[in-house]
Design a protein around this ligand. Structure first.
Ligand SMILES: NC(=O)c1ccc[n+]([C@@H]2O[C@H](COP(=O)([O-])OP(=O)(O)OC[C@H]3O[C@@H](n4cnc5c(N)ncnc54)[C@H](O)[C@@H]3O)[C@@H](O)[C@H]2O)c1
Length: 321
């Protein structure tokens, strides 16, 4: 049976952490992927890394029933950017987070790609208007910001510049869904997009609580890991409060808004993350995970994420979404 994203032909530009991860995601969904990186040998190196990840995904039944070799065969390194772009109807750019680089790369992409191709950037924090304004094809440019690694975390933020066309937004959304992603579609661009604004609010409070001597680093991590995040791994904050008062979201807001209103003025002071508070945070973190074990722990995190993705897929089937 053909997969929905076989209609799409993709190019991945830049094959570092994020580029290689998108390549896995698109190929797993059935799309041919051309991978190009300006550094010599980088795309081939990414392919070797991808081969190892595909075996892990297979063990967790996360390859849509395909064999690792079948998915791998859909990804081909290209010798030039032009070769990568020749057939692509969807291009995902993953070069370093430097404005001048994004401007240069988008100029090249706009010139060398098919005129009907969507040009998407993985940028973490650059607004799309900052690197697409002068382009002839600016209406087809958009940000598609993933969470690392996108082959395990489905959410991706779709962010328009003021001139991105409605058609580009809709086609991007459809492509992401076909590729197994969960797009969040912004109505207009904003610093931090959505997810980093949410994460930023949480981190600001975490730093404040430690800096002001209310809690240890580990206790804050317990509060999220063994508390709030259990629900958040399958529902968002709005659905959470909708289910936490007998009359739903309005009832929750009427009952509990006062608690948060009282906290808000206490949350207006910023703590310098690398100021004295870091002298407390870093030793506590290094005691639990020594610097020499950070890489091993990153691999552990990805294995836990795979197990969670497998569980979520099974639970959605058995219990419902
Ligand atoms: N790492 C993350 O957690 C994460 C998460 C979401 C978004 N992003 C965004 O994704 C983008 C890529 O980040 P990364 O972590 O993969 O970086 P990275 O350093 O791992 O990879 C960047 C790759 O781009 C290549 N490159 C540099 N200039 C190039 C050019 N002109 N043309 C083609 N390739 C070029 C480099 O050789 C390198 O392989 C950034 O915009 C970043 O903000 C990163």
């Amino acid at each position: 049976m053909s997969k929905p994203s076989e209609r799409w032909n993709t190019a991945v530009i830049g094959s570092g952490f994020i580029g290689r991860a998108w390549a896995i995601s698109f190929a797993r969904a059935g799309s041919p992927v051309r991978l190009w990186d300006q550094a010599e040998g980088a795309a081939q190196k990414a392919l070797d890394y991808i081969a190892g990840v595909l075996d892990d995904l297979d063990r967790n039944d996360l390859l849509n029933g395909d064999k690792p070799a079948t998915v791998l065969a859909r990804i081909t390194p290209a010798q030039t950017m032009e070769e990568a772009l020749a057939l692509a109807t969807y291009v995902q750019e993953n070069t370093p987070e430097v404005l001048a680089t994004k401007i240069k790369v988008f100029e090249a992409l706009d010139k060398a790609s098919r005129p009907d191709a969507i040009l998407a950037s993985s940028t973490s924090a650059l607004l799309p208007s900052r690197f697409t304004e002068g382009l002839k094809g600016r209406a087809r440019c958009v940000v598609v910001h993933p969470i690392n690694p996108p082959y395990l975390i489905p959410a991706a933020e779709v962010v328009p510049a003021p001139w991105t066309s409605a058609e580009t937004m809709e086609h991007t959304r459809q492509f992401l869904i076909a590729a197994g992603h969960a797009p969040l579609v912004m109505k207009k661009e904003l610093d931090g997009f959505i997810m980093n604004r949410m994460q930023g609010a949480l981190l600001e409070e975490a730093f404040r609580l430690v800096a002001d001597g209310y809690a240890s680093v580990e206790d804050i991590d317990i509060g999220i890991r063994d508390g709030l995040a259990l629900r958040w791994s399958f529902m968002g904050p709005f659905e959470t409060i909708d289910l936490n008062a007998p009359g739903g979201v309005r009832d929750y807001a009427e009952r509990y808004q006062g608690i948060y209103e009282n906290l808000f003025p206490q949350m207006q002071r910023r703590v310098d993350w690398v100021g004295p508070v870091m002298d407390e945070i870093e030793p506590e973190r290094r005691k639990r995970t020594p610097a020499t074990q950070l890489q091993e722990r990153q691999m552990w995190r990805d294995k836990r994420l795979m197990a969670l993705a497998a569980h979520k897929k099974r639970a959605a089937k058995e219990i419902g979404n």
